[in-house]
Design a protein around this ligand. Structure first.
Ligand SMILES: [Zn+2]
Ligand SMILES: [Zn+2]
Length: 369
């Protein structure tokens, strides 16, 4: 894919360029002194907080208070004034709080001020109502999982699974009455639940994003790692299918209009390899908690180096990218993907190959080999 003009606006400090060796990279526009922030991004296109942390992490600022449950939840009183759509499926008597927890009243209020946020809250709420029943029916044995993980994978096998959904499953579902459709919700686990929420948020964000903005272009241009990832973990193909089927049945029409098979495959295929880990704030350390992951398209064009010149860190709901040594004009700007720079060369390179599907050829690796 060629580089879209608009992503040159990602940062005044660097440009994304197509490289001679294939792939894309960020090159500095001028000499940049140590300590400069070359990029700050907030507002991810999608966030996934893992199921075990769902009550312990603030859904607005991602604060974490040592495994204590966050104090503030949504109640019907706090969302009812946002409901404008007469078909909204939020039930006043059975409102469950949409699975959203907050550290403070301020964070809860800020979250509710996101334009049209009620549409996303509605999706989370519907999912939360169906989830216990879907989870109860989920009983994949290790034998079945082994079987799912031993399917041979190729581009055409992936395509045939989606063709079947498109040509057979969707028309069947479309012909059903609402109550019967609900019975078709597949059994899912906590992992699918978190992923479905991630896709809901991505669809919602894309729906209201200006198609001319940098984030939108950067998102569309992200490289998909679908084939590499599913080849490595064939079970993911079934996982994605369950995510799609659940969303197709459950989403209210305002977001279902957004859901297409190519878009779902792009959201999930680009997440593998482009998402940043969502970590507890503070210095990298053994005790730091890993909550989940989030996607910032503008920050996804940095390549990896085992001797990076930019350090990334989280500040609230933003990610900052700071220069850690003076950078010369036209030098490539790189970050560390791995978080395991202390590992010996071969182990570190294996970790990178397994997780990000490339053989690191950075200067440090080359000199150490
Ligand atoms: Zn908060
Ligand atoms: Zn390396």
């Amino acid at each position: 894919m060629t580089i879209d003009e608009s992503i040159h606006e990602i940062s005044p400090f660097f440009q994304v360029k197509q490289t001679k060796w294939g792939g894309r990279a960020c090159f500095s526009n001028a000499n940049i002194p140590k300590g400069t922030t070359v990029l700050q991004v907030s507002n991810s296109t999608g966030t996934s907080i893992s199921y075990e942390f769902r009550k312990e992490v603030c859904h607005n600022c991602f604060a974490y208070a040592n495994a204590r449950t966050m104090k503030y939840r949504l109640n019907y009183e706090s969302v009812k004034y946002l409901i404008r759509d007469p078909h909204c499926q939020i039930n006043p008597k059975k409102f469950l709080g949409a699975g959203l927890w907050f550290c403070s009243d301020h964070c809860k209020t800020s979250y509710l001020q996101i334009p049209n946020i009620i549409e996303l809250i509605e999706c989370y709420e519907i999912l939360l109502h169906h989830f216990p029943n879907m989870l109860k029916r989920y009983n994949i044995t290790s034998e079945q999982e082994k079987k799912l993980n031993s399917i041979p994978i190729s581009e055409s096998i992936i395509q045939s699974v989606w063709d079947e959904i498109e040509n057979d499953w969707i028309p069947r579902i479309n012909n059903m009455k609402t109550t019967k459709k609900i019975n078709q919700l597949p059994p899912i686990s906590e992992d699918e639940y978190s992923c479905i929420r991630f896709v809901c948020e991505s669809l919602f964000k894309l729906k209201y994003m200006n198609p001319q903005c940098v984030t939108y272009h950067a998102f569309n241009m992200l490289q998909s790692n679908e084939l590499s990832k599913i080849t490595r973990f064939p079970v993911l193909l079934n996982f994605q299918k369950l995510v799609f089927q659940t969303l197709y049945i459950m989403l209210p029409s305002h977001l279902r209009k957004m859901l297409s098979i190519p878009l779902l495959r792009h959201i999930l295929g680009t997440e593998y390899g482009n998402a940043f880990g969502l970590w507890q704030e503070g210095e990298a350390s053994e005790s730091r908690e890993f909550f989940g992951y989030w996607v910032f398209p503008e920050a996804s064009y940095f390549n990896h180096s085992c001797n990076p010149n930019v350090t990334k860190y989280r500040k609230g709901n933003s990610m900052l990218f700071n220069v850690n040594k003076d950078i010369k004009k036209d030098e490539q700007i790189c970050i560390d993907y791995s978080g395991v720079l202390d590992l010996p060369t071969t182990k570190r390179r294996k970790f990178l190959a397994d997780s990000w599907f490339f053989d690191c050829a950075c200067e440090r690796c080359m000199s150490e080999l």
